[in-house]
Ligand binder design. Sequence first.
Ligand code: GLP
Length: 241
Amino acid sequence: MKLISTSNYQELSQQAAKEIISRINHNPSLNLGLATGSTPTGLYQELIRDHKQKQTSYKGINTFNLDEYIGIPKKDRNSYHYFMCEHLFEHIDIPLDQTHIPDGTAKNLDVECMRYEQFISEHGGIDLQILGIGQNGHIGFNEPGTPFDSRTHIIDLAESTRKANSRFFESVEDVPKQAITMGIASIMDSKEIFLLVSGASKAKALARLLTGEVSEQFPASVLQKHENVTIFADKEATALL
Ligand code: GLP
């Protein structure tokens, strides 16, 4: 794993954006895996700024999001569909039918998980996956204990995750109890991975990822086994290294 440490969050966002833009210039039909959460929003702003200033085009790009809450309609402001439109898709030239996110309102959620997994492989797999990390080491919504050989599946969210994400909702009771997430094996199939880690609240998780053992109890540790991972971390996140 390659670690790029930056002096602050803005620099982290800029550096990650620069690398993504160079991948897009190199391959205008890149399959780009996307993440939600607070961490990648600065990166998305940088991509939007570049699109407006330098006209980098997303017309040939397909995006695949990691996860979606179960039971939240796409148009609800708390859905990851809404989040992605608001933070990225509606500000760039990507055709919306080339943006893919699991459907957390599908009638048959097991079928939806299989469909999404198959859909990604029919598109040739993900070239570059953007990841954040939860304080408990989750990637996507793969909580501690998720098998490393898991594919897209339904997950019960950890109470700590629901609490952490309650800042986006009116109260913790409103945070869904389940989500659909790409599995660990789905994520590991990506040809390249960028992990973004920002802030003091992630310092312990980053230290454990870099120096701890590979264990299903700390999902992100699986990245030690991937051949092409770059970690972008700001000063606060690297404080314990
Ligand atoms: C969320 C998302 C993850 C994200 C993580 C960290 O629950 N499902 O994909 O990486 O939690 O979020 P944040 O960047 O807001 O700390």
